[in-house]
Design a protein around this ligand. Structure first.
Ligand SMILES: [Zn+2]
Length: 144
């Protein structure tokens, strides 16, 4: 499933560290697909993707595409940002529980978050053409 792509209109302050292993993740993200690794031994997903399974230490991992939908578990607004992100403050960060059972930390864009949005299925990861992953707030009508 392709996710909507959102261009944020500013350079990325902290570029991704692309390696021979993570290149596939970043290329997929730039194409609107959120991927990670799945262990063939124990069947568990891991995020961020790793060349081995941190649950059973197997190196038998394969790439798996995630649906990209999740529940907002928690959120905060950063006003006193680290130097690299100071120009972007204030900005919102969130913790999202993906449908597949992974919990990820995200940067949130898309306007104000309704106070009752925590725990609802109304967050989708979005990506920019440069591969910056950002969940975007969906309207209440999109929530389940
Ligand atoms: Zn495993």
């Amino acid at each position: 499933m392709k996710l909507p792509i959102v261009e944020v209109g500013r350079p990325r302050p902290y570029p991704p560290r692309v390696s021979a292993f993570t290149k596939r993740f970043w290329d997929s993200l730039a194409d609107g697909r959120l991927t990670t690794t799945l262990c063939r031994e124990c069947g568990k997903l891991t995020f961020p993707p790793k060349p081995f399974c941190p649950h059973c230490w197997s190196a038998e991992v394969i790439w798996a595409e995630l649906v990209g939908r999740g529940r907002l578990y928690s959120q905060t607004v950063v006003h006193a940002a680290p130097g690299l992100f100071a120009a972007e403050a204030p900005y919102r960060l969130g913790i999202v529980d993906l449908e597949e059972g992974l919990r990820i930390a995200v940067r949130m864009i898309g306007g104000e978050t309704p106070p009752n949005s925590t725990g609802r299925w109304n967050w989708w990861p979005c990506v920019t053409p440069t591969g910056r992953s950002m969940p975007r707030d969906r309207s209440a009508a999109d929530a389940i």
